[in-house]
Ligand binder design. Structure first.
Ligand code: ADP
Length: 586
């Protein structure tokens, strides 16, 4: 059953502190057993009082004192032990909560692009935060409540049968009623609760998406539409949540009624047994105590079960992310190739994102170290796909990519990616200082190295104009910088990384001619001595490339030198003619 599988897995996460967890669990069981002994003692006191007239005062006091001391030890000792154990358990739950968050975070960071592509970061964040909160809650309940419930069911209940089997049976009937009614309500609400959780995830992605695109929302006056949509999802969430709440309210009414009836029946049956001399007043009092304790345990247990069922979809999401395997597996004995020379060959690559529409078909290309290759062709022709395969954002369905003759899947991912630098069309930045953003390329770079790279990338001047120079914070995703500035920072970052192979996704956005010239100059410095793949839009880049590869519908339709292709008068010359016409028209 899914409930026990999820519960077992959550408790299993305490493995990291196995010794302490087992110790605490055992201590909690002892504490719970002590607690349940109290009603027995209470019953004994009542029986002692009942027989007081038949005993001498001295005898009575002696027995009473013994019972009271025992009671004090059991009661007060139990409370003290409980405090110590609970404190330790709470600390452990806090530690494991942060531990689980760290594991989730590390796992998600290494998951490939293919995974992140289908996930909204807001949703992932929600899955992580909600997931660890639920884990925390379950661990706390495990130590504080569940173990005591376990003792109640498997120790106290059988013992009550020994004390008085008829009264004990009443308690057992009550437990069976609890179990059946819980299972019934769970079966009714399971699917509904999954729907509710889907709505919550929608809310998180929607809010994350909106917050990440505030500019877009404000400039397109989408405020009303966005909030309206949010309210719509909220309304639907509540509409889905209410029926579930009704079922659980019904369960609560039923179990409370059953509890009250059981207590009354114990009283009635107890009185009848007493009149027949088959039960003492003390036993009846003990059973009343048992019944109330058991009922409060069952109340807690059913609250716990309902809570887990509310949380199950979120926990399933959490574990699904934790279980997702990388589609670009890092071989355990992967090779560290050190610094590559930069020879790259694509050998008969076939790739499709969805397994149906091909994005690359029989793609082969040999590039020797230090050359610049321009990929050209219409949008959607497969240029970016070819390059994302190179640094293993995805793996091709067939074919091999070799770096210096080594199949790139045999190379450690870290070693492969250290050898490849990527400058994206729209460079993203962390919400950190300019210096920190540059150090992503080389974590131990000195200030002098940062400045040297920034100068080569034509970025130093604008950095010095920022209020705090290199220590200036860039807004979220670099929003306080212009597109051209972000690109130059990204170039500086790549210079610091100093990879032998470079992937450039050239900007298509119209930059002013001064910025454009500066970026060109910076790029030229960056490309020197490296194998460079450019998704080229600018004629200047294409002209200077050693090799131009023309893509159409995932296939290479032409390749050769710039002049050679122009003279050939094929697809490429048409592309250039179109672009030139565009430039002249502009
Ligand atoms: P280009 O870089 O030449 O513009 P792409 O390599 O981006 O072309 O795209 C090639 C094909 O693959 C297109 O049909 C595109 O729609 C599809 N495609 C690109 N990225 C993805 C993706 N992440 N998931 C599914 N299909 C994609």
């Amino acid at each position: 059953m899914e409930f026990f599988r999820v519960y077992g897995r959550v408790i299993g996460l305490l493995r990291a502190e196995r010794g302490l967890a087992i110790g605490l669990a055992l201590a909690n069981i002892v504490v719970a057993a002590l607690q349940f002994y109290e009603p027995v003692l209470f019953g004994k006191v009542v029986d002692l009082l009942g027989s007081a007239r038949d005993k001498s005062t001295e005898e009575l006091w002696q027995e009473a004192t013994q019972l009271l001391i025992l009671w004090a030890v059991v009661g007060l000792g139990g409370i003290a032990a409980n405090i110590v154990v609970s404190l330790q358990a709470d600390r452990m739950a806090h530690r494991r909560r942060l531990g689980a968050m760290a594991s989730f975070f590390e796992h998600v960071l290494v998951l490939p692009f293919a995974f992140h592509h289908g996930q909204h970061s807001g949703r992932l964040l929600k899955i992580m935060l909600t997931g660890v909160d639920h884990l925390f809650g379950i661990w706390l309940s495990f130590f504080r409540e569940n173990l005591a419930t376990f003792v109640a069911l498997f120790v106290m209940l059988p013992l009550s049968l020994f004390m008085n089997w008829r009264l004990g049976l009443l308690l057992i009937v009550l437990i069976i009623f609890f179990a059946i009614s819980n299972a019934w309500v769970v079966s009714r609400t399971d699917r509904l609760q999954h729907e509710v959780e889907d709505y919550h995830s929608q809310l998180a992605s929607r809010a994350g998406d909106a917050l990440g695109n505030i500019h877009l929302i404000q400039s397109f006056v989408r405020l009303r539409a966005e909030t309206g949509e949010m309210h719509r999802i909220i309304r639907e969430t509540l509409a889905a949540q209410f029926p579930v709440l009704n079922w659980w309210a019904l369960l609560s009414v039923m179990t409370r009624a059953a509890s009250t009836i059981t207590v009354i029946l114990i009283f009635v049956l107890g009185t009848w047994l007493y009149t027949k001399g088959e039960a003492t007043v003390g036993e009846i009092v003990s059973f009343m105590g048992f019944a109330t304790m058991l009922i409060s345990r069952m109340d807690q247990a059913s609250g716990f079960v309902s809570r887990i069922f509310f949380q199950m979809p979120a926990l399933a999401d959490f574990f699904r992310v934790l279980d997702s395997q990388s589609t670009v597996p890092d071989k355990p004995n992967g090779i560290d190739i050190g610094r590559a020379r930069g020879n790259v060959s694509f050998e008969d690559i076939n790739f499709s994102y969805d397994g149906k529409r091909p994005a690359l078909v029989h793609f082969s290309l040999d590039v020797s170290a230090g050359t610049t290759v321009a990929f050209v062709g219409p949008t959607g022709a497969g240029k970016s796909t070819a390059l994302s395969l190179l640094h293993r954002m995805w793996d091709a369905q067939s074919g091999v990519i070799r770096i210096d003759g080594v199949d790139h899947r045999d190379i450690k991912l870290e070693s492969l990616r250290r050898n490849i630098g990527v400058v994206f069309q729209d460079s993203t930045m962390f919400y950190r200082s300019i210096a920190d953003n540059m150090r992503i390329g080389k974590p131990n770079a000195t200030q002098a190295e940062l400045e040297a790279a920034a100068k080569l990338a034509e970025a130093h001047d604008f950095i010095m104009r920022q209020p705090n120079g290199y220590e200036t914070m860039v807004g979220e995703r670099g929003m306080t910088l212009s597109g051209g500035e972000r690109q130059r920072l990204a170039i500086a970052r790549a210079l610091l990384k100093d990879p032998p192979i470079l992937i450039l996704d050239e900007a298509t956005s119209a930059l002013d001619s001064v910025t454009e010239a500066r970026i060109q100059k910076a790029l030229k410095v960056l490309m020197q001595g490296r194998t460079t793949f450019v998704i080229a839009h600018r004629l200047s880049t294409i002209r200077e490339a050693n090799l131009v590869v023309v893509f159409e519908h995932g296939r290479v339709v032409e390749k050769g030198g710039y002049k050679e292709l122009i003279e050939h008068g094929g697809a490429f010359s048409r592309l250039v003619a179109t672009q030139q016409a565009g430039i002249e028209a502009a």
